[in-house]
Ligand binder design. Structure first.
Ligand SMILES: [Zn+2]
Length: 167
């Protein structure tokens, strides 16, 4: 399991991880908030993973990295902060977390989650915003959290499915 996890972690390019951390740091500075060591570590792990991670998976991974036990609230509190600031989104259907690539935007986030490999891709959709706002207004509803989760099959898995089995 850990070897598999390690393989998965090496998928995302280090530049993307660094860029994500830099962006988070800048955003926190602008909002006069502290990007503490714990928040940094949690975000870094999520940026390195190529699929949504559950809180306990994050905890286990951080413990492995640090070589010591961590108290779960350490991770939960860091996650709460990151979600509050829009740096991380919670995928409710998976009870898992993914870093957000559009932290400073209020547009709805649409996550496409692959049922086969767990990969998640995030897109922002301005057209959807207008539609949702109109519908919400007709109901007199105020939209709070704007995360839309779509489940299905990603392009790579679709390709694998349609390929004939190797003989
Ligand atoms: Zn897939």
């Amino acid at each position: 399991m850990d070897a598999m996890l390690q393989d998965k972690l090496s998928c995302r390019r280090p530049q993307a991880v660094t860029a994500g951390l830099r962006a988070a740091e800048t955003l926190c500075r602008q909002r006069r908030l502290q990007m503490t060591k714990n928040r940094w570590m949690v975000l870094e792990s999520l940026l390195e993973a190529d699929q949504p991670m559950r809180a306990y998976e994050l905890l286990r991974q951080l413990e492995m990295r640090l070589g010591r036990r961590l108290s779960p609230p350490t991770v939960y509190r860091a996650l709460d902060f990151l979600v509050e600031q829009g740096l991380v989104s919670r995928i409710a259907t998976k009870s898992a977390f993914v870093p957000s690539t559009h932290a400073d935007s209020d547009l709805p986030r649409v996550f496409f989650i692959c049922d086969s490999c767990g990969l998640s891709a995030e897109l922002e959709n301005a057209k959807l915003e207008a539609l949702l706002e109109r519908d919400a207004a007709s109901l007199g509803f105020h939209i709070g959290r704007r995360v839309i989760e779509l489940q299905g099959t990603c392009a790579s898995c679709l390709e694998l499915e349609t390929k004939p089995a190797a003989s």
